[in-house]
Write a protein that binds this ligand. Structure first.
Ligand SMILES: [Zn+2]
Length: 154
């Protein structure tokens, strides 16, 4: 098996901890809820689906700087009560192998390719990294469009 040409980047633990502090302090743009249905709240820190009954925080994440034309901020969930950051950077997260779209960005944070990933996200990601100007990819929900995680060149 060939090594994937990418590295999986989850939200940093420091950012997750800041979101948990902001939620506890009652920040208006942070909402803590209890998950009701399976596969509705992907945690961007541990890169698994939060289970029904688990508490999650919903808050806006700036996935592309607002100083860029393609600047983008959007809603993301993290587990409210702590979790371990995703620790297998060489493996595409099993929980998100389907239902995702990939966007490829250049060094100016501009989208140069975008496609539904189907059920073979590693293959599409590898193809996108063959485009020389591609610096990183966003893995997003195919239906909601929400940011799930980032892939950087390995
Ligand atoms: Zn989590």
């Amino acid at each position: 098996m060939t090594k994937n040409p990418f590295r999986v980047v989850a939200l940093p633990t420091s950012l997750a901890e800041t979101a948990r502090r902001n939620a506890a302090a009652g920040a208006r743009d942070h909402r803590t809820t209890t998950v009701e249905s399976a596969q509705t709240a992907p945690c961007r820190h541990c890169l698994t689906w939060a289970n029904p009954g688990e508490r999650v925080i919903l808050f806006p994440f700036q996935s592309i700087s607002s100083a860029r034309p393609y600047g983008e901020s959007g809603p993301v969930f993290i587990h409210a009560d702590g979790c371990e950051q995703y620790s297998a950077p060489n493996e595409f997260p099993a929980a998100f192998r389907s239902g995702r779209a990939l966007r490829a960005y250049n060094e100016d944070d501009e989208i140069v390719a975008a496609q539904l990933a189907g059920d073979a996200p590693e293959e599409l990601a590898s193809e996108m990294f063959e485009i020389p100007e591609v610096q990183f990819l966003h893995v997003r929900s195919a239906c909601h469009g929400c940011y799930t995680f980032k892939l950087e060149r390995a």
